[in-house]
Every structure is written in C-alpha cells, then in structure tokens.
Ligand binder design. Structure first.
Ligand code: FMN
Length: 193
C-alpha cells in the first residue's frame, strides 16, 4: 500500500470477520505506534488495554455504540461481525495534562493507521458506556475511559466520495451494505497564502 492507499483504506469499519483474530505482527506494530506517538510535554499519560479474550469481548460488545447516522440493524455489527479486538484508551484522573485529548487523538490515529497497513480495519468509538466498561474490566472510578477502538478484518468496503452540493456529512450504505463517506474537496477547506 502506498501512502494514499493507506489513508484511503483507513476508513471506519463497523462489520468484521469476528472469528479471525488480529495477527500478532499487526498487534506488535500497533503497540509500537502507540509507544512512538508524540504527546504534549512527552508526559505519556495514556494507558491502553487490548481486549481479545472472548468472555470479556462478550461483555464489552454491548457497551459500544455504532453509526449514529444509521438504524441499528444497519450500523451495529451482528453476531459473526463483531470486532475480535477492542482497545481501550484511558488515563488516571489528575495525572494528565490539559492536552490529553490531543494526545489520545494522535495515538488513535497512529494505531489505526498501523493496523490498516496490515489490512486490519478499525472504528474509533467515543460513544461507549464508560461505567459498564469500568465494571467489566475491574477499573476504579479514578480511571478516565477516554475512548475505544474496535479492530478486525473488515467484512465490508468503505469508499470516500466527494461531498455533494447539499453539504451532507452523513455516510451511507449501498445495497451490499458497503459504506460511502462524503469528504469535502481539498480546495473547499484548505487554502494557501
Ligand atoms: C473521536 C471519534 C469518535 C468516534 N466515535 C464513534 C462512535 O462512537 N461510533 C461510531 O460508529 N463511529 C465513531 N467514529 C467514527 C466516525 O463516525 C468516522 O470517523 C466518520 O464518520 C468518518 O468516517 P471515516 O472514519 O471512514 O473517514 C468516531 C470517530 C472519531 C474520530
């Protein structure tokens, strides 16, 4: 994959091959990309939990909420399509600087690109049930669950399209349930002086 292909492939995937675990070499590169991510003041406040244990996944899957623009029967992965790996991004209350959200965004970007380079699809998830997840993973109330990322081998395609005249940002599906994701044209939001 060249750089453009990598960025095109790194879409949000919401259906996966549930029975196919993420390859160890991919997990190794994801961890490497988290270690090497830049962060404000080099404070490194973030922690990660990689969950691939089936019993834990069974409890985590219902805590993840998918595809706000789609009805659940289209946007939420069904049995057999759920992600075989969920990564939780967290930090300890009071131990992170004010740029921690930026740090987490960069880390998630690094990690999902590293995964994409191995053909592994992902979906960053902000809409998660934090109290339930804390209980499942045995985390105390001082642990801030920032976000999650769902990962696995994609069971659908996702293609970027030029945003239409109506300016809608809503992704949509075709009859095969493949995704199309409208993006603004470069000239519509990037200028040079
Ligand atoms: C910070 C963040 C939080 C997100 N939260 C969710 C979520 O809770 N559920 C979901 O299905 N997608 C979530 N997404 C995925 C976005 O919907 C997706 O990135 C957007 O629609 C553009 O699609 P693309 O990633 O294929 O470019 C999130 C993405 C980001 C960056």
């Amino acid at each position: 994959m060249n750089l453009t292909e990598l960025f095109e492939y790194r879409r949000s995937y919401r259906r996966f091959i549930e029975e196919k675990p993420v390859a160890p070499e991919c997990i190794r590169d994801m961890k490497m990309s988290l270690r090497l991510a830049p962060c404000a003041g080099n404070l490194q406040p973030l922690r990660y939990i990689f969950v691939s244990d089936r019993k834990l996944l069974e409890q985590l899957w219902p805590c993840l909420h998918w595809a706000a623009y789609l009805p659940p029967q289209l946007g939420t992965p069904a049995e057999g399509e759920r992600p075989p790996l969920v990564v939780m991004v967290l930090y300890e209350e009071g131990k992170a600087g004010r740029m921690v959200s930026t740090d987490a965004g960069i880390a998630l970007c690094n990690m999902t690109l590293a995964a994409a380079a191995h053909g592994v699809g992902s979906c960053i998830l902000g809409n998660i049930e934090r109290d339930r997840i804390r209980a499942v993973l045995g985390l105390d109330e001082h642990t801030v669950l920032f976000a999650a990322a769902a990962l696995g081998y994609p069971a659908h395609r996702s293609t970027v399209t030029d945003m239409k005249e109506d300016g809608s940002v809503k992704y949509y599906l075709d009859e095969n349930r493949d995704y199309y994701v409208p993006k603004r044209k470069e000239e519509d939001f990037i200028s040079e002086r």
